[in-house]
Design a protein around this ligand. Sequence first.
Ligand code: 5RP
Length: 219
Amino acid sequence: MYENEKKVSAMEALKHVHSNMKLGLGTGSTTKYFLDGLGELVKSGKITGITGVPTSLRTADLAKSYGIKIENNLEGIEIDFDGADEFDGSGNLIKGGGGALVREKIVAYNSKEVYIMADHSKFSEKLHSFPLPVEVLPFMEDVTKKNIEKTGCKATFRDGKNFKSDNGNYILDCRFDFTDVALEKKIKMIPGVVEVGIFSGITTKVFIGENEKCRVMDF
Ligand code: 5RP
């Protein structure tokens, strides 16, 4: 859906990349447009000396296929480029639809700037449309699920426990009527929870594809 808007936002964000930068590389279909564009610039030699810190195994494979140098070292990441499942007017995000939320949050938290690329449909006045992804350890996970549900949601194991993250954990997709950012800390306190897909106070820009144009929100 909205493939062209995803591409428009990714191409606008890509304009901020120049030679010799260290970048966080997100995960998902919008980030793939960004990586495809970056790959072309690297392959043609228009941009050189890029180092990428990938947020998933599939992003690492794609970046490598374009000859982008990969490093698992968080030091000195200038800009992290990633997508989102939902964003609000303050740059708060729901992420993890692709199951990469743990590594995405580690990389975003440790980057000087975090640029989010999204089509216009991902905007919500209040985060609520996308079920909140929560990564949990595969140990007594049914109890962890019940404890998460006590915070006011209905949780479902992604793909009936057939989905495992790159870290070997399960993802619970949690339906709340309204995802208050305060839930991030509340859920993270529950034993067995590895990470929560609420990203709050991290975003510095959102590139929003709107038909053929891109609007940028700064924070
Ligand atoms: C993966 C993510 C993605 O950024 C999010 O799911 C958006 O993906 P897409 O660009 O395919 O809509 O958080 O864990």
